[in-house]
Design a protein around this ligand. Sequence first.
Ligand SMILES: NC(=O)c1ccc[n+]([C@@H]2O[C@H](COP(=O)([O-])OP(=O)(O)OC[C@H]3O[C@@H](n4cnc5c(N)ncnc54)[C@H](OP(=O)(O)O)[C@@H]3O)[C@@H](O)[C@H]2O)c1
Length: 298
Amino acid sequence: MPSFGTVRQDWKPGRLSADPSAYQDLRVAIFGGTGGLGRAITNALLGKGAQVAVVGRSLKDPPHPLRSFIPADLSSLNDSRQVARDLPVESFDAVLLTHGIFAGRSREVTPEGVEKDLATSAMSRWVIAQELLPRLGQDRPSDRQQPRLFVWGFPGGERDLDFTDVQSTRNYRWQTAHSNTVVFNEALVHHSAARFPELNVFGMNPGIIKTNIMAGVLGQSSFKLRAQQTLIGLLFQSAEAYAEKVLPLLVHPALEHRSGALFNRHAQPIEPNPWLIAGNHCDQAVEAAESLTARILD
Ligand SMILES: NC(=O)c1ccc[n+]([C@@H]2O[C@H](COP(=O)([O-])OP(=O)(O)OC[C@H]3O[C@@H](n4cnc5c(N)ncnc54)[C@H](OP(=O)(O)O)[C@@H]3O)[C@@H](O)[C@H]2O)c1
């Protein structure tokens, strides 16, 4: 059963800051580290001396001695599983799942037959987690903190999911399709926290930040996208500022044994989605994700 961990009750106010030496020799894998928030976190980590394995479609940055790059199309569940299988996560301290898209205005389906947003932003993460978590950090020295998995999305708000139409085949709306991915990602946090007590699993809600995430809805290079990005850039924090707030969560001892916690845009703990943790909704989400991914994987 999910633990629905929360750290709010005894969390000390104020921002965490970590010992700079904690990042030296840290090994992190970032799915989606080629763009947006994942890229900002990658660059912040490299600046502090951590080693980062980046998984994504195309690397935009010049070579860095501490960064490796694994190209992959994470809209494919079979490719996602293969990349996760090939990654030597036994020696890694943390894995960050930041890859994702916003569904387009009309429904798109991947060659594997999954609604595109659901496949890229949620189901690929279920497949990756299933593949990585049993091995994560297993070969590290025993005095290290428990390995950590961070799942980005928009957890914590109240939203539901129609279990009879998780693939948005009826009355497609991009907002609903994306909302479904949010529920599945939070369920992944609760489920993994309960299933792997030897790990620490966290959900991340960054709030609104200027990135490329709306390109699928507004059109890559469109005027609407540029206008929206300009407005968001003026009103909200940058990806780089957010990355600096998040970095201590990767290493800080305050997060040890607080698996299942969710964090907001200031890296402060938030409560879980009340609908998801009510009744058996989380179990239903787990069942739906496991049966969908099992159907697709070869
Ligand atoms: N930005 C926000 O305001 C906001 C708000 C709420 C939640 N979030 C969540 O934060 C996370 C990160 O979003 P972001 O804003 O950083 O998005 P972003 O700027 O669009 O970056 C998305 C990342 O996902 C990768 N990606 C997308 N499709 C892929 C595919 N088929 N195969 C491999 N990689 C793929 C991209 O790789 P390439 O660059 O190589 O294509 C990029 O690295 C997501 O979970 C998002 O839902 C963001």
